[in-house]
Design a protein around this ligand. Sequence first.
Ligand code: SF4
Length: 616
Amino acid sequence: MTTYTGRLLRVDLTSGRTRWETIPSDVQRTFVGGRGFGIHYLWNETTSDVDPLGSENKLLFLPGTLAGTQAQGFGRWIVMTKSPLTGGVARAVGGGNFAAFMKFAGCDLIAIEGKAESPSYLFIDEGGAHVMNAEDLWGLDTEKTQSALEARHGKRVQTACIGPAGERLVRFATITHGTRTASRCGVGTVMGAKNLKAVSISARARPLEAHDPDRFKALVKAHVGILKDHKRVVKLHKFGTTFLAQMTREMGILPFKNFQTANMEGIENLFTESYTDMRVASHGCFNCMTRCGQVHVVKDGPYAGARSEGPEYESIWAFGAQVGNTEVGATVRADNLCDLLGLDTISTGNTVGFAMELFQRGILTTEDTGGMELTWGDHKVMLDLIRMIAMREGFGRVLGEGTRRAAEAIGRGAEKYAMHSKGLEFPAYEPRAAKIHGLSMATSNIGGSHMYGYARQEISGKADPRSIDRFADEGNGDIAGYNQIAKALEETGILCNFADSGMTYELLGNLLAAGTGFKEFQESSCLNLVGERIVCLERCFNVREGFSRKDDTLPERMRSEPLPDAGPATGEMVRNLDGLLDEYYAYMGYDGNGIPTPGKLRELGLDYVEFNEVVR
Ligand code: SF4
């Protein structure tokens, strides 16, 4: 027995045919699982001329190697594809029960290919995998879609689906399961382009047996013992990530009004207490004691009765500080609206804030917006824009392209105010006040994501691999690489960032070894190489698409405007991005143009990767 199912389900939507394949053991050994399998297959089965929204693009659903087991915090699933926002590799992570049920249904990977002629969904049960008609589901929001499929296939069914935004090819559409979403990089857009409304799984819950069950059980027991009284677990369970808003505001890290400043009157309305007052339940993913999900119901005010699982930190920022709004009920309503319509809250809030800054500067006027005044803090306008983006109506059609493309379409210098890296909108981390986060978002292969290499050193002061100065203009380039490699390794599991309390690389390696039977996973030297291999192959994917040093950058604002009103971070800017890039490349084994060297490729067993001469 092993925690691998060892199987890949291949679904050709063009022909409607499905087939099962074996995942070779050398792929298991080299890439471990989850995100590792994702980039292995994406690299090998696509070419650089693939249109992200064309039938040749692949859409990969991946549970981790430890999903569906008793191990704590491995309930996440990843979607990988070529991103319609960035044109590079996409990675989006979701939660709930979907990862476990992919494993129960026998899949270590579901590879979606081709394009269905008409709206379809994939249904997997013990009888096999079937492409079914979804005409009646097309147009439904994510909640109604899941309810309809539950009514059709029974209570046991678990569904991941797109909403109207994915159907209409809004470039930052999500894939939703329950109220958890795989949000970033436009993975829902690719699903919509394939005419695939949903993937539904009906399977009996039967945890996967580890290769060494006694050892695996003992390791899980030891981890549970640590989690029981762990302070961070208690805090996350009680408040989710809502407490971060006050903390990052005080550190100068919380961006306001499209990254123009780091403070705003009334922001206290969006601190934890306001959400604790509205909390009615908590919610968790499969086998997770942390249960960080907070269900909120607005008690009074203009949005009384609005309900959402969330908003968490990022969405509080997206519909609060980023758009100048302090009406707490509106953040709950906006969060829920995005979940139902299938929009990435980070990209949505970022894009709305971008439009508001353009309006503030007179780059946009009511002539462009169809008469709408895009005023900071106007939550009614924010909610209208969210709907218009999802439905691609009026000015929402332009914004639904994401900040980079919208700026190009608007012209008049708008690009200067688009806060993104490689086309993926920035989250709630100000690069000038958290420079390792900034460097990681500049170099991230998926674009402006804080989760590609979360710099816990800057937020909680974790001294791993060493303590750092978050304002330093040099000397921390290696830390961004270290964090990215560690994250990639965790996402073979797939371990959640918020459920990793008490988790060490030793414990992770032991769990992987006991689960799979590959003893070498116990060795840190082996695991480090796995993490590095994944990030490196993701970089190779982007290099094949034409990415290089020129794309590892931050908006001009971060490099030339001192950050105002940011407490301890006041006056900071990213003064030496080039120097930090050189340090990062040296650590990662990339040349001065950000391209992996032949020696590094050999060391990682990726010597089959070849770039054309133009690249080098
Ligand atoms: S910590 Fe939260 S997001 Fe992470 S696995 Fe647990 S419930 Fe899910």
